[in-house]
Design a protein around this ligand. Sequence first.
Ligand code: GLC
Ligand code: CA
Length: 558
Amino acid sequence: MAKLLATFLLCTLAWGADPDWWRNAVIYEIYPRSFADTNGDGIGDLNGITEHLDYLKDLGVDAIWITPFYPSPQVDFGYDISNYEAIDPQYGTMADFDRLMREATKRGIRVVNDMVLNHTSDQHPWFKESKSSRKNPKADWYVWQNADAKGHPPNNWQSIFGHSAWQWDEKRKQFYYHAFYKEQPDLNWRNQAVRDAMYDTMRFWLDKGVAGFRLDAVPSLFEDVQLRDEPYLEGMDAYGERIVSRVYTDNLAEVHEVLRELRHVTNEYPGRVLIGETYLPNSLELAKMYGKNQDELHLPMDMQLGFLNKLSVADFRRKLFEAETQLNGNMPLFAFDNHDNMRSVDRYGDGVHNDAIQRLIATVLLTPRASALMYYGEELGMTTNTPTRVEDVQDPIGRIGWPKEKGRDGERTPMQWNNDANAGFGGTHKPWLPVGPNYKTVNVAVESKEPDSLLNYYKRLIKLRKENEQLREGEFVLTNEASETVLSYIRVTRDGKAVVVAMNFTSQPQAMSVDLSSRGVKGRHLKTLLASFPGAKEPDLGHITLPAFGSYVGQVEP
Ligand code: GLC
Ligand code: CA
């Protein structure tokens, strides 16, 4: 009890001190299964995270977001939760979690939990009760529907993970809806009892001192009450089904009502943050996620910039401009990597200049006016290790969709700590996924010793963004807007002090100049703060030279 109280006080003091800590923050995503294994069973665990907190502190992150570690049948590796208020024994105990919280807090690192609202596991007691009859107290906690006259599902809705979103239940003689796997039945968010139960589980973790939540699959919460068929789009999906438009199952207006309630719950605690997994078609939809009165999400993820998947200056410029002008002044949250997508180096790399391209992405992630999400191993240059044989696949979508959809194992391989067996992930047991082939050179131990490693580039960038006033507080202004080769912008504070950021988006060297005469910036000389290439001269605004995919950050000096 005394310990619990101490944690609570420590967190309240730390969080209360800076309730806006999430602005400009660097948040580091940890996939616990793949981070570090301390008991040698081949599966990462909470103690593995605790063991490496000094590494994260040294990297400079403000918070860690840990993907689900609650009890789960692990069909979707934790995103199918069977108990929201406990720890899966695979990952440790509640005492391990409390220790992780204490040790993180000591180091000034906040802990953000993942919260899966849209669905539970089919093994959750709520679902077991709900499916037991049509008349139990939780009968209406999930989305149940009768079959049509021919015994078919009520409509053509498709699971995001392939095939019909309706699963027949023999006992109730009804279908239930699942936006993801059939083992992940959707909760009925039109039922207030469901909402209240979920809000209580959130309070459980807020009371423990977590700094907030990353809310899973936010746009999926509601479906059309009239059960209208989705219009078909052209083409077939990876699972061999016609593509549906999802207008009746994705991003319904009712979502915002729930987001306001969630914000209300969170506001009971000082300094907590709501981050949203918000894959949306454009910035105007993204803007709505903050709420008309800034009363919804603090940080809905911008999944547009990071997932352009093409190094096009014009597209990057347009997305940055939209984030700056269409989000009503709110703080954008950029991300290039996560546990659901091929790593960015494999989406943006050209195979020749990958190292420079990784630094370019780091620069674009960490220098605009935005909070930033990183994904473990991104700072090292870990690559996607897609399975080559269906029998090796762990992620069920890789088996359902093989060979068109090979699943997400590739971006979930063990963190590369050193060049020992299993890349220092731990244990002698085979890790749950094979270690990436480049682990001998791409790892924490090797890169910590090389001054010019990607890891040290990330560290310097994060440090710079904390220490430099313009990068911390400056306005974001694009420059050289007609250039088809170089993306550049300044961060400028009211006193006319500015930092110039410039990135070459081509494989040819580029010479450029920046005209700041109309921006009230004093000075022409540039002091190099950071460059992704060796031998950057101290240039002036009229003469900046960038090698292939080179990135440059410099302070304008009077
Ligand atoms: C989110 C998660 C993903 C999971 C899905 C279903 O998209 O990031 O990993 O499979 O939701 O919960
Ligand atoms: Ca383990």
